[in-house]
Design a protein around this ligand. Structure first.
Ligand code: AMP
Length: 290
């Protein structure tokens, strides 16, 4: 496994692989890798001849009062996990390599980014779209892998790849959880013991929402109310949002119909955690929840 810090090094390696006719998968990450990231890497390794993982804490997707400085970093550990999981090349650039002096071009989106996380993180998706567009241009992969954990990001990147005709297959991978149900996240390291316990309320509330839908409930407000009530019963939790939206444009829906995302963002102390599930209702009224 190689570690590249410059765009030039990545391009040289990718060109060599392309000449040999090899397919390439890309897994973009901000590092401090865990089993969730590993599942994306494993999927890419199984579907492509070569896998590139990027490890880059992208300053552009953090707001001024967010956790850019304190975001956890451990490149040695990340490199070991990547090597074990079968990554061929890690791209680990400095911010100055990605954003040279005078950088002034952006990729942004008029739909999908205004609600959910975009509401409380107004610059976030412009930063995400710009960095992922750059990674796509640098690596030119056949496939790129994103977790359903960041469901809005997955929808936004699918939309961007389609709008801008990247010709890259965007693959969504299921949420990997701790044994007690908490969705794995690099930010879970911010939680103290009591907060870690309180954080279970996200999955607990979503599981009740799922149960209602599986029992036949189709009214989105009822799902939202149940999820909200359960989270509000946890004294350490403060809701940022509880939303039920369609998957195509991430707009609020009245009924569970077609593909629908039920998503929450909740502050546990100072740490903002997100979680979700996706429901697919077919025309015979059967539902599939993931
Ligand atoms: P991050 O390093 O947090 O930017 O995440 C990099 C990629 O890993 C994103 O596509 C995330 O959605 C994905 N990811 C993070 N946590 C999980 C998880 N628990 N399960 C599945 N994918 C995840």
């Amino acid at each position: 496994m190689k570690i590249a810090v410059t765009i030039k090094e990545v391009r040289e390696q990718v060109n060599e692989w392309r000449k040999q006719g090899l397919s390439i998968g890309l897994v973009p990450t901000m590092g401090y890798l865990h089993e969730g990231h590993k599942s994306l890497i494993t999927c890419s390794v199984s579907e492509n001849d070569r896998t590139v993982a990027s490890v880059f804490v992208n300053p552009m997707q953090f707001g001024p009062s967010e956790d850019l400085e304190s975001y956890p970093r451990d490149m040695d550990r990340d490199a070991a996990l990547c090597e074990e999981a079968g990554v061929d090349l890690i791209f680990h650039p400095e911010p100055s390599e990605m954003y040279h002096n005078g950088f002034s071009s952006y990729v942004d989106m008029d739909t999908l980014t205004g609600g959910l996380c975009g509401k409380s993180r107004p610059v976030h998706f412009r930063g995400v779209c710009t960095v992922v567009a750059k990674l796509f241009n640098i690596v030119m992969p056949d496939r790129a892998y994103f977790g359903q954990k960041d469901a809005q990001q997955l929808a936004v990147i699918q939309h961007m790849a389609d709008d801008l005709s990247y010709g890259i297959e965007i693959k969504g991978c299921p949420i990997v959880r701790e044994a007690d149900g908490l969705a794995k996240s690099s930010r879970n390291t911010y939680l103290n013991k009591e907060e870690r316990q309180a954080a279970l309320v996200l999955n607990k509330a979503l599981s009740e929402g799922k149960k209602l839908i599986e029992a036949g409930e189709r009214n989105a407000s009822k799902i939202k109310d149940t999820v909200t009530e359960i989270i509000n019963a946890e004294p350490m939790a403060k809701i940022d949002y509880v939303e039920v939206v369609n998957w195509s444009l991430l707009e609020p829906v009245d009924n569970i119909d077609g593909t629908v995302l039920v998503a929450v963002a909740v502050f546990i102390g100072k740490t903002r955690l997100i979680d979700n599930f996706i429901v697919k209702a077919d025309d015979r009224g059967r539902v599939y929840v993931s």
